[in-house]
Design a binder for this molecule. Structure first.
Ligand code: ATR
Length: 279
């Protein structure tokens, strides 16, 4: 059978909106590099159509999905089994699909940690970490970050009750405190500040906590990525943060882990990092 006539294994990303997603490009590069024959589609699915769309994809022989905004928490109810990471996070970004069974995974946290450690040479152990935001993105990264034994992890959010709920939930894994956004005191600086709010996506610049930055040492990481400098990174650079990085590397690393779960082969992220505007 030639490549043209072979039936390609189907994968895709489901979200809403999803047209901006770089996942098809990334997975196509991984497939070429590892000589895997597959097709990866963009699937724009509104909130109320998620259940039907996932079942339909399964019935038509689809092998795996990435799940993105706004479906990561909702899709948990649809799966037959959750990985440990997805269960701790309460959110799923990857589905491994078989005809009779769907397993939900969460590769976001692993993606962040690999980008920090392997691509950015940043070591989290013993560091003081401030996470801005308490939504689904924060849920996905707290478990893997706490596993690296930071000295302290503080979640700051506009709605402090959401931060407190996450601090309670993840408190069994390490020392986690919750603060209201903007409640940070003078001199309370952090080694690593991670922006996990969706404010930048809406073009908003919330009052990021300038007191939290120590010019000589604070590293600032934005889970968001964009072709231009993100508002959080622009702010961090203005504040003279020691180092800054946006979420391109995490995007590529979480995709690599999804690809490994689907195909049993770990792609080399290095060449793909070089092809995207990682800053
Ligand atoms: P995601 O799954 O991307 O995390 P989410 O669950 O809607 O999306 O969470 C978005 C996060 O960004 C929340 O922490 C939200 O703060 P609230 O919980 O107070 O709503 C935060 N966020 C969004 N826009 C913001 C803004 N303009 N200023 C501050 N925080 C903002």
């Amino acid at each position: 059978m030639t490549d043209e006539t072979a039936i390609l294994d189907r994968y895709g990303v489901m979200g809403h909106p999803v047209s901006h997603s770089k996942s098809p490009v990334i997975h196509t590069l991984f497939a070429e590099q590892t000589d895997q024959h597959l097709k990866y589609e963009l699937l724009d699915v509104p909130r109320d159509k998620l259940d039907t769309a996932v079942r339909q994809f399964q019935r038509s022989g689809g092998r795996g999905l990435n799940i993105t905004v706004p479906h990561k928490a909702r899709v948990v109810r649809l799966v037959d089994e959750l990985s440990e990471e997805a269960s701790i996070a309460g959110a799923v970004n990857t589905l491994v699909i078989e005809p009779e069974r769907i397993v939900g995974h969460n590769t976001d946290g692993v993606g962040l940690v690999r980008d920090l450690i392997s691509n950015w040479d940043y070591s989290v152990g013993g560091k003081r970490i401030l996470v801005l935001g308490a939504g689904g993105a924060t849920q996905g990264i707290l478990g893997p970050l706490l596993e690296l034994s930071p000295e302290e992890l503080v979640i700051a959010n506009r709605n402090v009750d959401k931060a407190k709920a996450l601090a309670d939930h993840f408190g069994t894994l390490g020392e986690v405190r919750a603060l209201k956004f903007g409640e940070l005191r003078d001199g309370d600086t952090y080694d690593l500040i991670i922006n996990a709010t969706s404010a930048g996506l809406q073009g908003d610049t919330p009052p990021f906590p300038r007191n939290a930055i120590d010019r000589r040492s604070t590293a600032c990481y934005d889970l968001a990525y964009a072709l231009r400098t993100t508002p959080f990174i622009a702010w961090a650079q203005q504040m003279d943060a020691a180092r800054t990085r946006s979420g391109w590397g995490m995007l590529i690393e979480q995709a690599a882990e999804s690809f490994r779960l689907w195909r049993g082969v770990m792609p080399d992220t290095g060449p793909v990092l070089k092809q995207l505007p990682v800053t």
